[in-house]
Ligand binder design. Structure first.
Ligand code: ASP
Length: 346
């Protein structure tokens, strides 16, 4: 059964409607949000600020790859964001460990996983892509590479995140809690609303199209709060957390990464778009695939966000509360709820 909140707003069609009050969307056409020219989209409400940084690059004719790196760095340095970058919630043992990947229009890609002490994993991922023959570096090796590349070694555990971890340790139960309502972050503020975290995992997944029509993507997260040390989710894995094919479009994901990895989610979305499915329909199919294989996944959150070569945007999530931010030459701060496929028990 559809969740009403999840249906609001995804029916905007064309420039006249972008930014207008969203109508009820029962009759909405699939994949009907269309951006024009250079554009960027991101997961969650903190994507609004990330998009604005990306737009500063795109609006000057910059490359999509530069735009997504600039955008991803915004939540990475936001001390109020506890699910990405510096100030991310730590693992079970108190280590902040970060995952990120980046992919360009040529299919080049780079990634880091379980990277500690470096505040901008997305920029390290780009260096892996550009300076090494590899795609992914992890853990101590990723840190060593980052230091060699001139990145600064820092303590990433902030007093707020440390306090949340200390509070969690009293019960020490590992229980993913996703954004369950739009507004957990204070809508467009990009800030967690509840001290200690109303939610304890999210990701900035970003896709951009530049003036040449080239597509690039970036994905960055601190992963699941209180995870086992060494746990890596979907976000740094090309094909799972992010995939770009310049002939077709791009996709990214957020939510419990284990379920996304099992279904190679972002690659699946892009392949479905290649077969002619709209971005929204492709995202929905990827969510349905997860639920079909594992019905108990309806209790957790996974969301996909996609854009095709024509600038059509779509999203779909298991739970209501998933939102995504859109930006093009007409509007730089539009936030829409992603559609939900599952009515969460209230
Ligand atoms: N996908 C991320 C992970 O599993 C977390 C999230 O986006 O909620 O690490």
């Amino acid at each position: 059964m559809m969740n009403r909140r999840g249906l609001i707003g995804a029916s905007l069609v064309g420039s006249a409607m972008i930014g207008a009050k969203a109508p009820r969307a029962e009759a909405a056409a699939e994949g009907s949000v269309k951006l024009e020219g250079p554009c960027v989209i991101s997961t969650w409400d903190f994507g609004v600020a990330a998009n604005q940084a990306a737009w500063a690059v795109l609006s000057k004719g910059g490359r999509a790859l530069d735009a997504v790196e600039a955008g991803a760095r915004v939540p990475e340095q936001d001390l109020k964001n506890h699910s990405v970058g510096r100030a991310g919630y730590p693992d079970r043992d108190g280590h902040v460990s970060l995952d990120a990947c980046i992919m360009d229009e040529l299919g080049n890609c780079g990634a880091v996983a379980a990277l500690e002490h470096i505040a901008h994993p997305i920029s390290v991922a780009r260096k892996v892509m550009e300076k090494t023959p590899h795609v992914m570096l992890v853990g101590a090796g990723a840190l060593q590479f980052a230091i060699e590349q001139g990145f600064q070694y820092e303590e990433l555990l902030t007093p707020d995140s440390k306090a949340a971890w200390e509070a969690w340790k009293k019960d020490a139960k590992y229980q993913p809690k996703a954004n369950s309502e739009v507004g957990d972050y204070g809508k467009t503020s990009g800030q967690l609303g509840t001290p200690g975290g109303a939610n304890n995992h999210d990701t900035l997944g970003m896709l951009a199209i530049d003036a040449k029509g080239d597509i690039a993507g970036a994905c960055t997260t601190s992963g699941m709060a209180w995870k086992l040390r060494g746990r890596v989710g979907d976000s740094p894995i090309i094909g799972a957390g992010l995939y770009v094919d310049n002939d077709v479009g791009g996709a990214t994901s957020t939510g419990v990464g284990e379920e996304v990895i099992r279904n190679v989610g972002s690659f699946l979305v892009v392949e479905l778009m290649r077969q002619g499915r709209s971005p929204q329909d492709a995202c929905r199919e990827a969510v349905e695939r997860i639920l079909k294989k594992k019905p108990q996944a309806k209790a957790i959150q996974v969301g996909f966000l996609a854009i095709n070569k024509q600038g059509e945007v779509g999203a779909w999530a298991i739970q209501s509360g998933f939102s995504y931010a859109l930006c093009d030459g007409r509007k730089q701060d539009l936030l829409l709820p992603g559609k939900a496929t599952y009515q969460a028990a209230s």
